[in-house]
Design a protein around this ligand. Structure first.
Ligand code: NAD
Length: 339
């Protein structure tokens, strides 16, 4: 890749947290110069980039056409996502301005799948409440009644890397697993997973777990119509992307008691909230406040990926992607190269 006079050794990171610095510094075996910005990338902050051909972004950075145009004017050549999802990047604009875009397609599917199961177990057995209760010397079990997972039907939407790992965990608990994906997976069928249509998933599942990407087809997949089809007291788990759920409809479903449990690691408006300590602030987002007020809703702040193994892979693969693009203008793992 011809970088002209620009330093091919410099990478500008946006939305940087202390753990990003730790892992990227630790695995920087090629000696890249790393410029860490805590701020999100957006049309205003793009001006921070100087003499740099590579920009590294995360889930809530704004990489729309306005930002990409600015990056191109600054001679940025590579946008390296240090995550799997890429719904925040305008790929058409990247093509138009001749920028390469890469991602980390499967850094640790188990990390996210295990977190989805942790949310199910917590919501079901109410361990978060039990923890607080015994600390107050309240050893009563009233209100903590759960159900056996064994024999229940879990519906999985999206059976890629994470959905597949989650299905294996669900099978291990003795659940019946039904799945919907635009591509059927014969190996999963051999394991006893039944592929079916979306309506059947909604109608038959005791628990629905979302593992598909956010795109035009999947936006607000969980809406009023879908909720109407679901079983009473259904549990919905979303560790994928907030936009898969129409928040107002889910709040209605919770108020009516139709939805019995909701576990979300992602939220449609999360970019204004997540990855920050806002404990002294007045939150202006009424929908998240309403969600957090329900006793049967568990919110985690996009932490499903957050394991030692995942952060190690993210750093290693991101550096590999960048090196491959610089040296060969290509990446062997086709799933990693978006443009
Ligand atoms: P993947 O690409 O391996 O799998 C996605 C699956 O969704 C594929 O099998 C694909 O065919 C399917 N799919 C695409 N369109 C669909 C549709 N309209 N309906 C049903 N299925 C559809 O991706 P993955 O690694 O399994 O990740 C899944 C999602 O999880 C990512 O897109 C990302 O948004 C999210 N994620 C969240 C975290 C977190 O920390 N919470 C971490 C990593 C990934």
């Amino acid at each position: 890749m011809d970088l002209g006079s620009l330093s091919e050794n410099k990478v500008a990171f946006f939305s940087t947290q202390p753990y990003d610095k730790t892992f990227f510094n630790k695995y920087n075996e090629s000696g890249f110069e790393l410029d860490f910005f805590e701020t999100q990338l957006n049309p205003q902050t793009a001006t921070l980039i100087q003499e740099c051909a590579i920009v590294c972004v995360f889930v809530n950075d704004i990489v729309n056409e306005a930002v990409i145009k600015q990056l191109a004017e600054k001679n940025v050549k590579i946008i390296a996502l240090r995550c799997a999802g890429f719904n925040n990047v305008d790929l058409e604009a990247a093509k138009k301005y001749n920028l390469k875009v890469c991602r980390v397609p499967a850094y640790s599917p188990q990390a996210v799948a295990e977190h989805a199961m942790a949310m199910i177990l917590t919501l079901n057995r109410k361990t978060h409440k039990a923890y607080n209760r015994v600390r107050e010397q309240n050893f009563s079990l009233n209100g903590l009644l759960g159900f056996d997972l064994f024999g229940k039907t879990i519906g999985i939407i999206g059976t890629g890397n994470i959905g597949k790992a989650f299905a294996k965990i669900a099978l291990g608990f003795g659940c019946k697993v039904v799945a919907y994906d635009i591509i059927t997976d014969p190996e999963m069928e051999k394991d006893g997973i039944v592929f079916t249509d979306l309506k059947t998933i909604f109608k038959e599942s005791d628990i629905i777990s979302l593992h598909c990407p956010l795109n035009e087809q999947t936006k607000h997949l969980i809406n009023k119509n879908a909720i109407t089809l679901m079983k009473n007291h259904v549990m919905i788990i979303n560790t994928s992307r907030g936009g898969l759920i129409e928040t107002a409809s889910v709040i209605e479903g919770l108020k009516e008691g139709k939805i019995g449990y909701l576990g979300i690691d992602v939220y449609e408006q999360e970019e204004k909230l997540f990855f920050r300590d806002l404990s002294a602030d007045i939150i202006q987002d009424d929908a998240i406040q309403r969600l957090m007020s329900f006793p049967n809703v568990l919110v985690t702040a996009h932490q499903a990926f957050f394991t030692n193994e995942a952060l190690t892979q993210i750093a290693l693969v991101t550096f590999d992607n960048i090196k491959s693009l610089l040296l060969e203008n290509d990446i062997k793992n086709k799933a990693a190269l978006l443009v």
